[in-house]
Design a protein around this ligand. Structure first.
Ligand code: ADE
Length: 239
């Protein structure tokens, strides 16, 4: 996958992509990330990228021309998804990460200041994504979140092909509790059943724990999950 990021602060991404799973994915050439400072596309002497909003109001807006020109320079005539990060976008989720992980290429635009000229969202972006109901100083940290969630889903990126299937949110449920050695730490014992070696009982326990945990912490998620009759009864009881 090729990801191109448009940002006024490319240096913010250094460090983030220089270690860990994303770095390994880049080394294995499973993903390539291009950073483009769209200030380079501003043609005036001061490389102006922002201006006052028509109609007045506080703050500055990112001008359309540098962003349009930077995107067009990357995509040429090809059809590449252009994702604008913006608190007004669709709320990012595991499902959207999955959708993006199918793309061969994508372009991500990081907004800044008080906003972006509306024509970018109307005529250039093919999608707008928010990572949550709060306002960041810019789209850069949101881009890091989106890229992290997407890249780990690409085939070959995680050590085990199976592990993303067990994640919280993949089955629409939160993940069950997990433990490693020692089996007793400061008197807190690992649930007996996990030491039993009985795979069927472990699987049943984990499923029940996932349902209990989701019910306690994120009950609204349960409305979208397929449950067996017995599991529905458990939810009724817990509620
Ligand atoms: N830019 C500012 N706030 C944002 C948010 N919540 N999600 C995505 N981009 C943003």
């Amino acid at each position: 996958m090729q990801i191109d990021i448009l940002t006024l602060f490319p240096e913010m991404f250094q460090g983030v992509f220089d270690s860990g799973v994303i770095k390994r994915a880049m080394d294995k050439q499973l993903v390539s990330i291009g950073l483009h400072n769209f200030r380079d596309q501003a043609h005036d002497k001061h490389h102006t990228v922002d201006d006052y909003p028509y109609g007045g109001g506080a703050g500055m807006l990112l001008k359309p021309e540098p962003i349009f020109e930077a995107v067009e320079a990357i995509k040429g005539e090809s059809d590449i998804p252009v994702i604008l990060l913006n608190p007004q976008g669709r709320l990012f989720s595991q499902k959207i990460a999955d959708e993006f992980s199918q793309y061969r290429r994508m372009i991500i635009i990081c907004g800044r200041y008080e906003g972006v000229d509306e024509r970018v969202s109307e005529h250039l972006a093919t999608d707008e994504i928010s990572i949550g109901d709060y306002v960041l100083t810019g789209g850069e940290s949101a881009a890091m979140v989106v890229i992290d969630a997407v890249v780990r889903l690409l085939p070959g990126v995680l050590g085990s092909e199976l592990s993303p299937l067990e994640d919280s949110h993949v089955a629409g449920l939160l993940e069950y509790p997990q433990y490693t050695r020692p089996d007793s730490y400061r008197g807190w014992a690992v649930p007996e059943i996990l030491l039993s070696g009985n795979h069927a009982r472990v699987a049943a326990w984990r499923r029940e724990q996932s349902i209990r945990r989701t019910c306690e912490r994120r009950p609204e998620l349960l409305d979208k999950v397929e449950l067996s009759t017995e599991e529905k009864r458990l939810v009724q009881k817990l509620r």
